[in-house]
Design a protein around this ligand. Structure first.
Ligand SMILES: [Zn+2]
Length: 435
């Protein structure tokens, strides 16, 4: 009796699984011929590795001859390694790797893969056999897609430009720790934070300006590829930073193709060069940087700045945004101001008759803001401004400093920029409302 019951249960089980297999085959066969089933894992959820898939398949199918449809796995480069090693780790056979290397050479000849690069590897898995490679897809920045297809044992490569549809993401946060840590918390990628830091450091001194509670918001544009599910870490199209010195807005804009830069809301490039002539007048250069015979002492001496002759009282302006680091009487320099612009650059102004009111050591000044007036204090024979540019604490020739010149969008470019800025603001407005 007991035996019969067991037999009955086994019988029922066999029947059910038999039907299941038939149903599976029906579904499967319908799909197989022209459109192999694909599993694509979105980057947000890490999919199982190819090995894990094989394992899963083994458990699912007992029949060694069952053909398993091809699977696509997203393989992300976790640490720099060679392409060969990377492919080996993802179960691509040595024969295939050799062919791939050869076929790829004209398109992609990188020996070492960099972290974060994604590959989409499609392979066919057959029980008891090595998986056979069908396709590898990867994106080549900025916008090329490389597709490797294996056909009758041969590897074909196609490289084509792609225009990925874009997703916009609005992120915001407040400074508790640092722009880096709080940026990560807000959901920004490391690359985006680095870019943000770089761009904002053109405008403000991040080390000194940022305080707890300062707010930032960022609009990130993230291209994605529907075929692979690839989502680019994205680039910043807009950002704002609110600090005690005010709110700065930056907009990414390309006046021409492949000419991307960040601009403020007035269409001025945010990469500000230091002013070459920080005097509000038409001054005359009376002494350049270099060796010269000193007018008072008579001997040859190194002149570490530029002298601009200008009437006493002519306004002297800050050559760039920054903090007043020194302000006072300094020996032969007379009345002297030193402005720190960023970690590397500072500018000095000497022989001033007087300083601007309402400023002191530590005051943040903007490019073009009046800081003092031309005079002849200290070791000086006539009213003039002695101007120095310091790079890494050393005086350099202001006329030879290689800093990007500031761009100003004008005419049609400015009109287009304003239209672009309005569109970005609308995007921010909408996405902000959804948060
Ligand atoms: Zn001088």
């Amino acid at each position: 009796m007991r035996l019969r019951r067991t037999e009955l249960i086994i019988g029922i089980c066999c029947f059910i699984s038999g039907i299941s297999l038939i149903i599976y085959d029906l579904i499967d066969n319908r799909k197989l011929p022209d459109e192999p089933e694909k599993i694509v894992f979105s980057p947000q959820t890490r999919g199982p590795s190819a090995l894990e898939i094989v394992d899963m398949q083994k458990k699912l199918f007992a029949d060694p001859n069952t053909l398993i449809p091809s699977k696509t796995v997203e393989a992300i480069v976790k640490h720099p390694e060679s392409f060969i090693r990377f492919l080996k780790r993802h179960n691509v056979g040595l024969e295939d790797i050799k062919k791939i290397r050869k076929a790829l050479r004209p398109y992609y000849d990188k020996q070492q893969l960099s972290r974060g690069h994604r590959f989409y590897i499609t392979q066919k898995y057959k029980e008891g056999q090595k998986p056979s490679l069908e396709k590898i897809v990867f994106l080549l920045p900025p916008a090329k897609k490389v597709v490797l297809t294996v056909k009758d044992g041969r590897v074909e490569v196609s490289k084509k430009p792609i225009i990925l549809p874009k997703k916009f993401e609005y992120l915001k946060g407040t400074i508790q720790d640092s722009l880096y840590i709080d940026g990560l918390k807000a959901g920004l990628s490391r690359a985006a934070i680095n870019s943000l830091t770089k761009q904002f450091s053109y405008i403000i001194d991040l080390q000194r300006s940022l305080r707890q509670g300062d707010a930032f918001e960022v609009l990130v544009e993230r291209p994605f590829d529907q075929e692979t599910g690839f989502v680019d870490p994205g680039s910043i199209v807009y950002a704002s930073l609110n600090t005690r010195t005010g709110t700065e807005h930056i907009y990414r804009y390309a006046p021409k193709e492949n000419d991307v830069e960040y601009f403020d809301e007035k269409g001025r490039g945010i990469r500000k060069a230091l002013l070459k002539t920080p005097v509000q007048a038409a001054p005359r250069i009376t002494s350049r940087f270099g060796m010269r015979k000193h007018p008072i002492q008579g001997y040859t001496i190194m002149h570490r700045g530029i002298d601009f002759a200008a009437p006493r009282g002519t306004p002297v302006v800050a050559a760039g945004n920054g903090y007043i680091k020194k302000r006072g009487y300094l020996g032969s320099y007379g009345n002297y101001i030193l402005i720190q612009h960023n970690r590397d650059y500072a500018t000095a102004y000497a022989h001033l008759s007087r300083f601007a009111t309402g400023q002191k050591k530590g005051t943040y000044v903007k490019q073009g803001q009046i800081i003092a007036y031309v005079g002849t204090t200290g070791r000086s024979t006539a009213p003039h401004l002695h101007y120095e540019i310091h790079y890494k604490k050393k005086q350099v020739n202001p006329q030879k400093v290689k800093m990007p010149s500031q761009r100003n969008l004008l005419g049609a470019q400015k009109q287009n920029f304003i239209a672009h800025m309005r569109m970005i603001r609308d995007h921010v407005h909408i996405l902000k409302g959804q948060k």
